[in-house]
Design a protein around this ligand. Sequence first.
Ligand SMILES: [Fe+2]
Ligand SMILES: [Fe+2]
Length: 163
Amino acid sequence: MKRHPSLHPLSQHHHFALIQALEMRRATEAPAEKRAAAVQRQAGKFIRFWHKTGIVHFREEEEVLLPEYARHTRLDLDTEVMQILADHAEIRAAVSDFERRLADNIPVDAKEMARIGKLLHDHVRLEENKVFPRIEKALGEERLNAMGRRLTRLHSKNDVCEM
Ligand SMILES: [Fe+2]
Ligand SMILES: [Fe+2]
């Protein structure tokens, strides 16, 4: 399904999030002797991606997109929206765990990174394939355009991170 232009800034972030998810999986599948270093390096890249892109992206979804959708539907009746919010909390927890480990020079667990990579991938797919189309339909053209302007205001303070 073609994405409404108002949501392009978010879909652009998603593209880079999927690359991060792929890189996380690759790091965890590196040959045994290289795995620990690959995982640690990728944890650092993911933290940089988070600071440059992830933080603002979550704000755009939690502070702009979902409140707008809440005008049209009770969010707790939409189990996929509830899942999105649960994913956000879990991703935030993983980020702070990775960050603490990197700061203390403690290895990031490869299994944990694989789990977070998959979570991130599935999260983006759920938003793009299920939730965004539903929000587009609920909001309609006028509200989507107004929301798009608010997203762009937040978005422009932050360059997309390609790493
Ligand atoms: Fe999200
Ligand atoms: Fe998203």
